[in-house]
Design a protein around this ligand. Structure first.
Ligand code: ADE
Length: 421
């Protein structure tokens, strides 16, 4: 029997299988969880609809959930991030229904979300909250079956908190993003490296000596700024938050308004979660040949409709993922990956080693949701701190790193208040 699917081409499966195996080698924490899940089957019979980037790392998460007894279906969380060979392998080798095709249009993207919801999930797993949003807007008949959900990313958590604040959220959700072992590593080191990787794969430019403008100084942006600096770029940061701006200054970056950075930048990268961070008046001030990319979840950070309206002709695809827009005076603006997540569209997303921790949180978050969900309110929760600590402990152990433990004397010292100077 062929598993239900809508993927590019099942013939791509053998290549996908090898790449899934390659990623697995760098996911020791998830592997340990999978081995326990195989024995304990904590998710037996649980239907999970997952809306995640379909990558080699996600494939290993799906295998873990399946090992725990879950009945998993997977749909893409972004039209451009799917790795078609991985989607094919999941269907062919792991019997996991997948609805995801790299480059799918918006209608197909939503048809795929609907197919994943037809699975009647007990648990939703989201990256950006599109699945939860679709369920609450158009599929409320599914609500009685849903125990809860998990959410991977900052943008999704912001959306879910807005829903909870409005009283619109109808089941509890674990904000995986808020675990220390997620945002401190995935957002910073994962986004940092994979964003630079995406820009370089798309353009093959030398970053050394270039002015790179980074929009925002949250965990993702600081990773991008740090890695761009490490490649020899002169990094400029733009911010709207005084504290974060001050941190960027003290981390050694130039900080200014986007409109002041616009004529200086050779490369622009946004990762703020907000809309029109690079707007029409910024394009108007940019140098000929400026490169503009986004690494935030949605393709709204760069005003692409505005850029289209400003251009005097249709954009030209000069290389894969590089579209040139010509301004009325002849200057060219190079837009990468249609303003979608450049790290997942033009590269392969975060490396497995960092997704290991993020997806350990997803796996343990779904287990926690299953056991605790009925007692939780319809709010957004963080994973318990001891789970977060345990993931860090397992990661260190897998890296062969041992750390000190407090002596009895040190414990006692920390618990007293009499001793001072
Ligand atoms: N988000 C960022 N990188 C990712 C990856 N490699 N797999 C799944 N989701 C991601």
């Amino acid at each position: 029997m062929t598993i239900e699917h809508d993927v590019r081409n099942l013939d791509l499966a053998p290549g996908g299988r090898l790449r899934i195996e390659w990623a697995e080698r760098d996911m020791p924490v998830l592997r340990q969880i999978r081995e326990r899940f195989e024995k304990e089957r904590p998710l037996d019979g649980v239907r999970i609809s997952a809306c995640l980037h379909v990558t080699t790392e996600t494939a290993n998460l799906a295998r873990t959930l399946q090992a725990g007894g879950a009945d998993v279906v997977l749909t893409a969380s972004n039209p451009l991030s799917t790795q078609d060979d991985v989607a094919a392998s999941l269907v062919t080798h792991y019997e996991i229904p997948v609805y995801a095709i790299k480059g799918e249009d918006n209608d197909t993207y939503y048809d795929h979300l609907k197919a994943a919801l037809d699975h009647k999930p007990h648990i939703t797993m989201d990256d950006g909250a599109d699945l939860v949003s679709e369920l609450h807007k158009n599929r409320i008949e599914l609500l009685p079956d849903v125990i809860g959900g998990t959410e991977e990313t900052t943008t999704g958590v912001i959306r879910l908190r807005a829903m909870a604040k409005d009283g619109a959220l109808k089941f509890p959700v674990i904000a995986v993003n808020d675990s220390m072992t997620k945002h401190l590593f995935d957002n910073r080191y994962g986004t940092g490296q994979s964003t630079i990787d995406g820009i370089i794969r798309a353009t093959n430019i030398l970053l050394a000596g270039r002015n790179v403008v980074v929009g925002g100084y949250g965990w993702c942006s600081r990773g991008i700024a740090m890695r761009a600096k490490g490649m020899g770029a002169n990094v400029i940061v733009t911010e709207i938050d005084h504290l974060k701006a001050l941190e960027a200054v003290m981390d050694g970056f130039r900080v200014m308004k986007m409109i002041d950075a616009a004529p200086l930048g050779d490369v622009f990268v946004t990762s703020t979660g907000d809309i029109n961070v690079i707007d029409v008046h910024h394009f108007e001030a940019m140098k000929d040949g400026a490169i503009v990319a986004n690494s935030g979840h949605f393709n709204v950070e760069i005003n692409i409709p505005g850029l289209k309206a400003l251009s005097r002709e249709e954009p030209r695809l000069i290389r894969p993922f590089v579209e040139q827009y010509r301004l009325p005076d002849g200057r060219l603006i190079n837009l990468l990956a249609d303003g979608r997540l450049v790290n997942l569209a033009a590269a392969e997303g975060h490396p497995a080693s960092v997704m290991d921790m993020s997806f350990a949180n997803q796996a343990l978050g779904s287990e926690y949701m299953l056991s605790m969900g009925k007692q939780l309110e319809n709010q957004v929760y963080t994973i318990p701190e001891d789970v977060d600590q345990e993931i860090a402990r397992l990661k260190l152990e897998a890296m062969g790193i041992e750390i000190d433990t407090l002596t009895a004397e040190q414990v006692q010292y920390l618990n007293q208040w009499q001793e001072g100077t």
